[in-house]
Design a protein around this ligand. Structure first.
Ligand SMILES: [Ca+2]
Ligand SMILES: [Ca+2]
Ligand SMILES: [Ca+2]
Length: 305
């Protein structure tokens, strides 16, 4: 299920064709700046997909879920107190929220189709999530609900995958969509209106996230599907000033900002299996956070509760 999930959302079909492990391109100059907050990710190191948290320096690894079902996709609330995630523990994929220590998981959706959490509103009162077509993981639309699961409503109604990633405090929702064929980055207002392509690209681009101050966007560009090459880019919020942060030759994807906007967490295949890395927001000082032969990825980064 984990693979099926990512096939759709992260193009894992391309990523499973593992590229040749490249030399580790850690910045040789160590950065001793302490990193704030808490990183959440999911891993199958304990036999099935579970959600974990770890300090950005790699200390205090904790498993938050303990369930034979798939638990994945952690997304911190803006205050860092809660984590939205998806789980199949009740028979199919639903959106849940738990405290950031793993306590008190609550199911927010209850449907026969699959749901995935996307992002929280800046005030933490609402959650955007994706609802997949019953039999088609390549088709999804974006819904909104209150953070207690009430008042669900649909924001997009387009073909292909539509998935929300980030909700700026001014009300702009950042999402990606394959409605026109390629995955491209879009924006819309918080009522679902004024949906427009933010950046026109000749390649697939997905998983865009606003920096905490809303001035920048980090996203994943899928450059060469045949060779499983994905790269992490940062650009200004108006799509100008695009720069590549990762080193070519392997999979670098699913990037997410630290709460202070100074660092980025991401997943990469550069070591032969998927690991979570951090780097400074200019791409320097890339450091491995996880080290386990199992799959580790889909990181989020929240404030420390
Ligand atoms: Ca599990
Ligand atoms: Ca469901
Ligand atoms: Ca790993």
């Amino acid at each position: 299920m984990k693979t099926t999930l990512l096939l759709s959302v992260l193009f894992l079909a391309m990523l499973m064709v593992c590229c040749s492990p490249a030399a580790n391109d850690d910045d040789p100059a160590p950065d001793e700046t302490p990193l704030d907050g808490l990183i959440a990710f999911y891993s199958d190191r304990d036999g099935n997909s579970e959600v974990y948290t770890v300090n950005p320096d790699g200390s205090d690894l904790r498993r938050l879920t303990n369930n034979p079902a798939d638990d994945s996709g952690p997304r911190f609330s803006p205050d860092g107190k809660r984590i939205a995630f998806s789980s199949t523990r009740d028979g199919n994929r639903e959106v849940y929220v738990m405290n950031s220590d793993g306590s008190n998981p609550v199911r927010l959706t209850n449907s026969p189709v699959d749901e995935l959490p996307g992002c929280w509103s800046a005030d933490g009162s609402k959650i955007l999530y994706s609802v997949f077509s019953a039999s088609n993981w390549s088709a999804s639309n974006i819904f909104m609900m209150n953070a207690d699961g009430t008042e669900k409503r649909q924001l997009t109604d387009s073909p292909g995958n539509n998935a929300a990633c980030s909700w700026r405090s001014n009300g702009t929702i950042l999402f990606y969509s394959s409605r026109d064929g390629l995955y491209q980055i879009y924006i819309m207002s918080e009522d679902g209106g004024n949906q427009q392509k933010l950046k026109v690209s000749a390649v697939n681009e997905a998983l865009p996230y606003y920096s905490p101050d809303g001035s920048k966007i980090v996203y994943t560009a899928i450059l060469e599907p045949q060779t499983s090459r994905t790269e992490i880019h940062v650009m200004n919020a108006d799509a100008t000033g695009d720069v590549t942060l990762s080193t070519p030759g392997h999979v670098n994807e699913d990037a997410y900002w630290s709460p202070d906007g100074e660092h980025i967490v991401f997943q990469t295949s550069r070591d032969g299996n998927y690991e979570v890395y951090t780097m400074k927001s200019d791409g320097t000082n890339q450091r491995r956070l996880t080290q386990n032969p199992a799959w580790d990825g889909w990181p989020g980064w929240g404030k420390k509760d």
